[in-house]
Design a protein around this ligand. Structure first.
Ligand SMILES: [Zn+2]
Length: 226
C-alpha cells in the first residue's frame, strides 16, 4: 500500500484500472500488514507521511522550478557565448567548462524532479518538460533514466535489483557480506581492498562520460525508444 501511494500521483485514475483486478476482500480476522513488516513501524511511517502532506511539503513551488530552468538556460547560453566571443584557448575554454558543468549538474537535478512527476500536477507536463531537459539539454534518454531510476526507488540498495549499485563486481564491490563472498569464490577483477583509494579517480570519468553515454544508447536501442 505504501509503495502504491508513493508511486502513483493520480490515485483516482489508477484506481479505475485496478477495479477489474480486485478478486475479493480480506476476512476481518486476517492480518492486513505483511508478515515481514513491523506493524508499529508501518503505523509510524504512515503518520509521518500524513503530517508531511498536511504541512504541504509535497506541494511543489513552481516559481522555484521556473527559476531553476531559467538559470540553466542562461548558463548554457553563457557557456556558448564565451567560446564564440573569446575563442577556444585555454582560459575561455576553462571558464566555459565551469559554467557548463554547473548548468549540467543543475539540469540533472531538475530532470530528476520532473522524472519523478513532482513539478506539475499533470503527468503529461512533467513528461514533456522531462524530455526537454533530459533529451535536449543533457543529451540522454528520458525513458532510459525513468526505467532505471524506478527500479532504484523500488528496491534501493538491493544488490542485483537496484541498477544504481550494479557496477559490482566489475570495478567495485559493495558491503561486508558481498565482499567476503567474492573473496571466498576468488572472483576478483580489481584489487577491491584498495577501492577506497581508486574510487575518486575512476568513478567520475567512467560513470558519466563513459558508462552513461554507452548505456543510454544501449537501452534506447535495445528497448526501441524511438
Ligand atoms: Zn529519485
Amino acid at each position: 500500500q505504501d509503495a502504491f501511494v508513493a508511486f502513483h500521483v493520480d490515485k483516482v485514475l489508477v484506481n479505475k484500472y485496478l477495479k477489474p483486478l480486485q478478486i475479493g476482500e480480506l476476512a476481518p480476522d486476517q492480518p492486513s500488514v505483511e508478515p515481514t513488516k513491523n506493524k508499529m513501524l508501518v503505523k509510524d511511517f504512515r503518520e509521518l507521511r500524513a503530517t508531511v502532506e498536511k504541512m504541504g511539503l509535497l506541494k511543489p513551488n513552481q516559481l522555484f522550478f521556473l527559476l531553476l530552468l531559467a538559470h540553466i538556460l542562461l548558463l548554457d547560453t553563457a557557456a556558448w557565448l564565451i567560446l564564440l566571443y573569446f575563442g577556444t584557448s585555454l582560459m575561455p575554454f576553462t571558464v566555459s567548462l565551469v559554467v557548463l558543468t554547473i548548468s549540467q549538474v543543475q539540469a540533472s537535478w531538475l530532470q530528476h524532479d520532473l522524472g519523478h512527476l513532482s513539478v506539475f500536477r499533470k503527468t503529461k507536463w512533467n513528461h514533456l518538460l522531462h524530455k526537454f531537459v533530459m533529451c535536449h539539454l543533457i543529451g540522454a534518454s528520458a525513458k532510459w533514466w525513468t526505467l532505471l531510476h524506478s527500479q532504484h526507488h523500488a528496491k534501493p540498495n538491493c544488490f542485483q535489483k537496484d541498477p544504481d549499485i550494479d557496477m559490482h563486481p566489475f570495478l567495485f564491490t559493495l558491503g561486508k557480506k558481498l565482499s567476503v563472498e567474492l573473496g571466498i569464490k576468488k572472483k576478483k577483477y580489481m584489487p577491491y581492498n584498495h577501492q577506497h583509494k581508486y574510487f575518486f579517480i575512476t568513478l567520475p570519468p567512467l560513470l558519466f562520460p563513459t558508462y552513461f553515454h554507452y548505456h543510454t544508447f544501449y537501452v534506447a536501442y535495445t528497448k526501441r525508444y524511438w
